[in-house]
Each structure stands twice: as structure tokens, then as C-alpha cells.
Design a protein around this ligand. Structure first.
Ligand SMILES: CC(=O)[C@@H](O)[C@H](O)COP(=O)(O)O
Ligand SMILES: NCC(=O)COP(=O)(O)O
Length: 237
């Protein structure tokens, strides 16, 4: 079974657009878990345009499943994660003003830096994951950092799938085989959706977890979030 971690960034975006507390992010996180999601993901960005640092702290008392915080391990982010102590931290090499995540780590070039921060997170009992492209060299590089898992960056797969090109899955399947053989756990995310998630899951041996936000919230506008969470759970069985 692959776990579904719901990324709630977009709920915070909607809340922040009016300055009040509608929708209530904490209540929605709780409800999403009640609907069956096995995790909650947030990705606080330095400008706090959606998830605020205070949300990350408040969610600690709310999330009962797996709590995953994503971001670039700059000093402020590291301090937050070490204070909150989520289940998992996912390291993403975001530029400060990026609209969304748009690249995986070069785990070879940044090996020493990644090893240092990963050691610190693991010393504090936080599982680690590195956002990475489906490139076997990057997977091997990730092993050398001591990380528990990688998160395969799925944008390229999703965009090929949308154009009807299923061969976009091939590098992901290859990367997963290498990760499995090296004992590295596999997560995945970015632009996964109700349309493309089942084919992805079927072709990725040992897929432990997907984190999905943008499409899931958009689909919920039509179908309702309880229904959509359960539709994902069915596809991930
Ligand atoms: C790491 C990743 O893939 C991202 O998709 C991310 O967590 C989403 O961030 P935004 O909601 O800011 O686009
Ligand atoms: N790690 C990926 C994530 O949390 C959500 O990405 P997206 O579904 O918003 O593209």
C-alpha cells in the first residue's frame, strides 16, 4: 500500500486571500485525516504566502497521522523543523522566489551539505527525504548522504502522461529499482492527480508515499474533498 499525504498549502492560500480564518486550516487538516488520508504535508515558503511558520507549529498538536514538512534547509527552516519535530522532513532546493518547486537536488554536488543537515535531523528523530529527479546517479548520491528516503519529482512524468506519453514513467521505474536495491525508501510528488496516480503507482516498485496538493484541492472543487481523498486511497491500494 502507498500512503496518501495531503499537501494543504492551497487551503492556506485560500485562507490568506481574505486575511481571516476561512477556511480553517487546522480543522481541515483534522477532517482530511478523518476522511482517511495517512499524512499531512506542508511546504512553508520563506515569504509565508500560503503556510505560515505559525501554522507549522499549530499543526503539530493536530496531525495524528504522518506529519511531513517540506522546504529548503536554510537556517530559518531548519530551526522551525527542529522545533516542531515532524515525522518527516523533505528537503527541496527551492529558489526563494520560485512559484513552485521546479528541480530536484544535485545529490552529488551537494553531498556534504545534505549529509550535514540530514545528520542533524536524524539526530533529532526526524525521518529525512530528499526531493530528487529520477536519475540513478542522483539516487546513488542520495544514499551517500545517509537519507532515509528520496521523493521522486514527478512533474516530468505528469506532463508526459497528460500528452498521452506513458514512456515518461521509464526513468522513474529505473530510479525506483536502484533505490530499492540500495535500501532507500521511495516517496513521490508534484503534479500527481486522479488521472495519473494509478499508472504511477503500478509502475513504481516499493512506492511508500505520495504527497498531493494542487490537483487534489482543484478536483475537490468539483467532487468534494472527502470523496476525492477516498478516490485517491482506492487508486493507491
Ligand atoms: C516539493 C513539491 O513538489 C512541491 O510540489 C510543493 O510542496 C508544492 O509547493 P507549492 O504549493 O508552494 O507549489
Ligand atoms: N511533495 C509534493 C507535494 O507536496 C504536492 O505537490 P503538488 O501536488 O501540489 O504538485
Amino acid at each position: 500500500m502507498t500512503k496518501l499525504s495531503v499537501n494543504i498549502n492551497k487551503i492556506a492560500t485560500l485562507r490568506n486571500s481574505r486575511g481571516g480564518n476561512v477556511p480553517d486550516l487546522l480543522k481541515m487538516a483534522k477532517d482530511i485525516e478523518d476522511f482517511g488520508a495517512q499524512g499531512i504535508t506542508i511546504h512553508p515558503r520563506p515569504d509565508e504566502r500560503h503556510i505560515r511558520y505559525q501554522d507549522a507549529r499549530d499543526l503539530k498538536g493536530i496531525v495524528r497521522t504522518e506529519y511531513n514538512i517540506e522546504g529548503n534547509p536554510v537556517e530559518k527552516f531548519m530551526e522551525l523543523v527542529l522545533e516542531v519535530k515532524p515525522t518527516q522532513v523533505t528537503l527541496v532546493p527551492d529558489a526563494e522566489n520560485a512559484i513552485t518547486s521546479n528541480a530536484g537536488w544535485d545529490t552529488v554536488k551537494h553531498k556534504d551539505f545534505l549529509r550535514e543537515v540530514i545528520t542533524e535531523f536524524k539526530r533529532n528523530g526526524i525521518r529525512t527525504s530528499i526531493f530528487t529527479d529520477p536519475d540513478t546517479k542522483m539516487i546513488e548520491g542520495a544514499v551517500a548522504t545517509g537519507t532515509d528516503r528520496v521523493e521522486l519529482y514527478t512533474e516530468a512524468y505528469a506532463s508526459a502522461y497528460e500528452k498521452g506519453d506513458k514512456s515518461g514513467i521509464t526513468p522513474y521505474t529505473e530510479a525506483a529499482k536502484v533505490a530499492n536495491s540500495l535500501g532507500l525508501g521511495i516517496n513521490a510528488g508534484h503534479d500527481l492527480s486522479l488521472d495519473n496516480v494509478r499508472f504511477f503507482k503500478e509502475n513504481i516498485p516499493g512506492l511508500l508515499e505520495v504527497s498531493i496538493g494542487h490537483a487534489l484541492i482543484a478536483e475537490s472543487l468539483y467532487l468534494g474533498i472527502e470523496n476525492v481523498v477516498n478516490m485517491y486511497l482506492n487508486k493507491l491500494k
